[in-house]
Write a protein that binds this ligand. Structure first.
Ligand code: NDP
Length: 264
């Protein structure tokens, strides 16, 4: 378990990540490593905030002199309601994960950060994608993937939620998840409990990339890798969204390789 503080006991610091739970967060060591590498004196901490207290906790951190906050599950929508100026992308997605407490500007770095992580795979703009899940992160990816020209199908355990996203963002809802796509993205939290998803892997491309937003080896990634497919876990997204938040607050690019090493 990592060090974290209840918001009423927040220490003197410059940046924080808030969430519930928050003990699993690796953001403090990731941002801390970047500050050290760049010779910056900033401090980044993890802070526990219960759902009913997001607004009051953000007010408190601002009063304490915090410059910026990352927001994680389940507070991203409440944080957007609190922020003075969420940008156009975050308003379209409906949630923010990064707030500048000095200016009131807020954004979503998960969605563009995810696109950053796709670059090494060399996918073409019209590649086919299966989005598995229909929660907050699926929504963020639906917005950015559709805007980037990908052909996106969506499958979710609760089909009505997939249908809602499909209708809103012009995606195609499918009744059966298969692997014959250029990119199959698991945005569900099934991997956290080591649960297996009902995906038909018998139909797949040799070049299919299997991407899980959860960190580390999940049943989804294990199966894909046993079949010889290229895989990616959620750590690279953590780095990419963190790097974009860093730049949003400080206006400089952080050393991503140092951030990556810090969360291994
Ligand atoms: P939500 O709670 O909003 O959505 C959860 C989704 O998972 C729903 O579609 C739900 O389906 C589905 N689901 C949950 N359990 C199962 C299961 N056993 N089988 C099938 N489907 C299941 O979560 P988020 O979208 O916010 O986050 C999803 C995951 O992504 C989390 O594990 C989170 O940690 C990770 N994440 C990682 C990031 C990173 O930086 N690497 C960034 C953001 C998220 P249903 O609708 O049927 O309930």
């Amino acid at each position: 378990m990592n060090v974290f503080y209840p918001w009423r006991e927040a220490p003197k610091a410059d940046f924080a990540v808030i969430g519930d739970p928050i003990d699993h967060s690796r953001s403090p060591q990731m941002h801390g490593a970047a500050y050290t590498a760049l010779g910056l004196q900033h401090r980044y901490v993890a802070i526990h905030v219960a759902s009913s207290e997001v607004g009051i906790a953000l007010d408190h951190l601002k009063t304490l002199g915090y410059r910026g906050v990352n927001v994680t599950v389940p507070h991203k929508a409440e944080a957007m309601a609190w922020a003075d100026e969420p940008d156009a992308l975050s308003r379209q997605i409906g949630v923010v994960n990064t707030i500048d407490l000095l200016t009131g500007l807020a954004t979503n770095t998960d969605a563009p950060g995810f696109m950053d992580t796709l670059i090494p795979f060399g996918l073409r703009a019209d590649s086919s994608v299966l989005l598995i899940g229909a929660g907050g992160s699926a929504r963020a990816l639906a917005v950015i993937l559709a805007a980037s020209g990908f052909r996106v199908d969506i499958w979710n355990r609760t089909s009505s939620r997939a249908q809602e996203l499909a209708t809103e963002f012009g995606l195609r809802q499918v009744d059966q998840a298969t692997a014959d796509y250029d990119l199959v993205i698991n945005t569900t939290s099934a991997g956290l409990s080591q649960e297996t998803l009902p995906i038909d892997w018998s139909v797949r491309k040799p070049t299919t990339v299997a991407y899980d937003l959860v960190y580390g080896q999940t049943p989804f990634l294990s199966l894909a890798s046993q079949l010889g497919l290229t895989t990616q876990d959620g750590k690279e997204l953590l780095v990419a969204q963190g790097a974009r938040s860093f730049r949003f607050w400080l206006g400089i690019d952080p050393p991503k390789d140092i951030m990556r090493q810090a969360i291994q």
